[in-house]
Design a protein around this ligand. Structure first.
Ligand code: SAH
Ligand code: SF4
Ligand code: F3S
Length: 459
């Protein structure tokens, strides 16, 4: 690799889950602190970071086609190619392989090592390629610059890694063992996010509800402390595991108004034999009992889940149990996937892998059931008044887009700005969004004389 001039501009492209989005934001802040600026829209960057996802085959193969495209489409005015860094979970899983397969890549950095990017960039400028997939005991967080510019809805990673080892899943290998970030680091980071303009914080983790402080206190304690920040209007958390859904956290849905009535609780399948083969360590029934408790605590809660169809050995009858579960729960939204064998996972070596055509048919049926449930949930919301956090402009003149407490996308017209909390009446439902009529703005607590912000409940 020939020497290059130090990069002046960068672009970070994140794929996969919200934790990758969070990591992408932090890498961008790290590059800003090095004096490298974000490339303007449509402009070629001197440094491209591909922050990749390894969860399914399609996601992870995409990185190689992207690398090819960057070399072609994004080459700079003088004809030279940008420096390319591959970060994220594919970097962790395939470090050396990427180096061998893609000579255009000069840096490969795992999700626990990206605070070392500046040194790797200096090496790349000198013509040296490097791979860093360490999982150092001293976490990256201490070495990263403080949070700066954020959207009204900000992410905060509180927990990383996974010890659950579901038999289909790469996350325990790409993200490492479960760790909880220290309480005071999180309250500091939340304060900075709020100071930078965040009105909603979503606490993130592969198993976010497994978060514990040094004294063993759970996520509800962190939520309660964050809820005491007057400028912060909303709190969410994702993704949770059914077995870590404690009574304390469930009670927080009843007791803490700022904790939004939404729970993403993946179940994956509705049949107990399949769940056991997946090593999920819960049954369909124990999952439903958790949901019953959550609904008792917060009757209007919107539920969400993840599903995999075509796990090795899944029969038609077993798949029907998934449909039954979906119909019974009445999810507000769901993610559903065809099983994808991942290298090194136990399920990839199991007999009875399911044919692609069978998976396609099952996914279609499941998605029809999910879509019907989602439309029913949205339709039942029509007529309610609720607060919407305005996130961006809509396509039409004077139109705004934001999220309801139940994480529905809502569009409305009228006088508003990004970051406002407005009250709307929901007037029409579609499968993926609702339209609302603007009623008024909720005053910001930081505006003198306007009193404390009360997040309206819609029980
Ligand atoms: N920690 C979360 C999410 C993990 S990844 C949890 O335990 O629920 C997000 C989703 O991707 C999973 O919930 C699962 O539905 C899906 N997934 C994971 N591995 C997969 C695989 N090998 N094939 C298809 N979908 C998969
Ligand atoms: Fe993957 Fe299971 Fe861990 Fe979720 S709980 S990240 S699906 S191993
Ligand atoms: Fe993908 Fe890694 Fe997230 S594999 S889903 S980016 S934890």
């Amino acid at each position: 690799m020939p020497p290059a001039s130090p990069p002046k501009t960068y672009r970070v492209k994140s794929f996969g889950c919200q934790m990758n989005v969070y990591d992408g934001e932090r890498m961008a802040e790290l590059l800003d602190a090095q004096g490298i600026s974000p490339a303007a829209d449509g402009e070629q960057a001197d440094l491209v970071v591909l922050n990749t996802c390894h969860i399914r085959e399609k996601a992870s193969e995409k990185v190689y086609s992207d690398i090819g495209r960057i070399g072609k489409d994004w080459s700079r005015k003088d004809g030279s190619a940008p420096l390319i860094a591959v970060a994220g979970c594919v970097a962790q899983a395939e470090g050396e392989e990427i180096m061998a397969r893609a000579p255009a890549v000069s840096m490969v950095v795992g999700p626990q090592a990206y605070h070392r990017l500046p040194g790797m960039i200096a090496d790349a400028v000198d013509g040296r390629r490097s791979v860093d997939t360490d999982m150092p005991a001293q976490t990256k967080f201490a070495a990263l610059p403080a949070r700066r510019k954020v959207a009204p809805g900000a992410f905060l990673t509180v927990q990383e890694g996974c010890d659950k080892f579901c038999t289909y899943c790469v996350v325990p290998y790409t993200r490492g063992a479960e760790i909880s970030r220290p309480f005071s680091d999180l309250t500091d980071e939340a304060r900075r996010l709020v100071d930078a303009g965040a009105r909603e914080i979503t606490l993130l983790g592969q198993n976010v509800n497994a978060w514990r402080d040094a004294d063993g206190r759970g996520l509800e304690m962190l939520i309660e402390v964050l809820a005491a920040m007057p400028e912060l209007a909303r709190i969410r958390y994702t993704t949770s595991h059914p077995n870590d859904m404690t009574d304390g956290l469930i009670a927080a849905h009843r007791d803490i108004d700022k904790l939004m009535p939404f729970l993403h609780l993946p179940v994956q399948a509705g049949n107990d034999r399949v769940l056991k083969a997946m090593n999920r360590s819960h049954t369909a029934d124990s999952y439903l009992r958790v949901l019953d408790k959550v609904r008792a605590a917060r009757p209007d809660i919107a539920l969400s889940g993840d599903f995999i169809v075509g796990f090795p050995g899944e029969t038609d009858a077993e798949f029907e149990d998934t449909i039954k579960l979906v119909d019974r729960v009445g999810y507000a939204q769901c993610f559903s996937f065809k099983y994808s064998p991942r290298p090194g996972t136990p399920a990839a070596a199991m007999d009875n892998q399911i044919a692609a055509a069978v998976m396609d048919k099952r996914l279609q049926r499941l998605q029809a059931a999910i879509n019907a449930g989602q439309l029913a949930f949205n339709t039942a919301s029509v007529g309610k008044r609720c607060e919407v956090l305005v996130e961006r402009r809509g396509k039409l003149e004077g139109q705004w887009l934001g999220k309801s407490p139940w994480l529905q996308s809502v569009h409305f017209a009228g006088d508003a700005a990004i970051g406002d909390l407005v009250e709307v009446e929901l007037i029409e439902a579609g499968g993926n969004s609702l339209s609302g009529r603007l009623i008024g703005k909720t005053p910001r607590p930081d505006h003198p004389g306007q009193g404390a912000l009360a997040v309206q409940q819609n029980q």
